[in-house]
Write a protein that binds this ligand. Structure first.
Ligand code: BGC
Length: 352
């Protein structure tokens, strides 16, 4: 797996692109800037292979963009209210980069740094491991954190994402993968006809800043009920307060099948009736953020010069709940020295 040069950063460092391919035709391109997936090409029901993730043609887009296309976000995926939290009696203040709140690791999150890359041997499938060491105090977070993210492409068209993180001081860690999927492979169209199923009976409602209120509410009787597959566009404009706040779906669902660290369970299923492409998301995390691409507004010029309009892609981000550091009843994102943070999330592709 020989890398090619994808671009050069302002400080002269080279950004490299790697191609992972299995023997059945699925391919993935990934760069060491942000450990970003730049393309993911999978067959439809007739065997036509198309790229199903949004992204940019060149490094410029990734450096200057603010949509987190394809990147690993961290240290904390999603928001922390007012960018503040207390750990072991000390208060920490993180960069506020989303109004008064902290989002996806701050101004220079894991998506905006160069990672070390190494081809990962051993599993028999093409795999690459990215490593980033985040210095103590970066974006306000305590502790030096080293995070490894391994992408493996299996013969049965699964993308396996494994995370492993350690720290030298008590801190918080909640990285996630921020790919925007559009299973039609046509980025001029929207994701509103995709059918989504989420293995969740409840969700965490948010306030106007998209910070969880701390409540856990049933999805039953609301447009957030995806217990059975439903078209994303079916209820997205319903007069329901939570949808108005997010401009559509932008919430954390509480995964029913979560039993504890390390236990992988099915979290969601996304299906495009037109192409027949089906993506199943499995994870060992307690929550998933379904973000329907509401803030895409056509200003981001993506691959092949296509301007990405509202809802041309959607994210399914496996995670600990947003603002957990300030919500004692939510699953904890605390990581202590001597412990290892671990996450496995699998995006399995097939057709129907
Ligand atoms: C969040 C959105 C945010 C987007 C940024 C998503 O993970 O849920 O609220 O605007 O990332 O691209």
């Amino acid at each position: 797996m020989e890398p090619t040069t994808f671009g050069v950063l302002a400080d002269g460092r080279e950004v490299r692109q790697y191609v992972l391919a299995n023997s059945t035709g699925m391919t993935m391109q990934v760069i060491d800037y942000g450990a970003t997936i730049t393309s993911l090409s999978v067959p439809d029901r007739n065997g036509n292979i198309r790229d199903v993730v949004l992204g940019y043609d060149s490094l410029d887009g990734y450096v200057n963009g603010s949509a987190y296309f394809g990147a690993v976000v961290g240290r904390y995926g999603n928001r922390i209210g007012k960018g503040r939290f207390t750990l072991d009696g000390s208060e920490y203040r993180l960069t506020a980069n989303d109004g008064e709140n902290h989002l996806h690791g701050g101004k220079v999150g894991f998506n905006k740094v160069l990672w070390d890359a190494a081809v990962a041997e051993g599993s028999g499938s093409p795999a690459i491991r990215f490593t980033y060491t985040s210095p103590d105090g970066e974006e306000g977070y305590p502790g030096t954190v080293t995070l490894k993210v391994t992408y493996t492409l299996t013969e049965d068209n699964a993308l396996r994402v494994e995370y492993e993180g350690v720290t030298d001081r008590t801190t918080i860690l909640n990285p996630t993968q921020h790919s925007y999927f559009n299973l039609t492979g046509n980025f001029n169209g929207k994701i509103l006809d995709h059918l989504l199923m989420i293995e969740a009976d409840s969700y965490t409602p948010v306030d106007a800043g998209l910070i969880p209120t701390g409540d856990v509410l049933p999805v039953e009787g609301t447009p957030l009920d995806f217990r059975a597959p439903r078209a994303i566009g079916e209820r997205i404009e319903d007069a329901f307060g939570q949808l108005a706040l997010g401009g559509g779906y932008d919430h954390n669902w509480v995964l029913r099948n979560y039993t504890g660290p390390g236990e992988i369970h099915k979290a969601a299923e996304l299906y495009d009736p037109e192409s027949g492409r089906l993506m199943t998301v499995s994870t060992d995390q307690p929550g998933i953020q379904f973000y329907s691409g509401n803030f895409l507004d056509g200003t981001a010029k993506g691959k092949n010069g296509i301007a990405y309009g509202r809802r041309t892609g959607l994210c399914l981000e496996t995670q600990v709940f947003p603002d957990s550091p300030n919500k004692p009843d939510f699953p904890s994102a605390t990581l202590k020295p001597g412990q290892a943070y671990r996450q496995t999330t699998i995006y399995q592709f097939s057709t129907r």
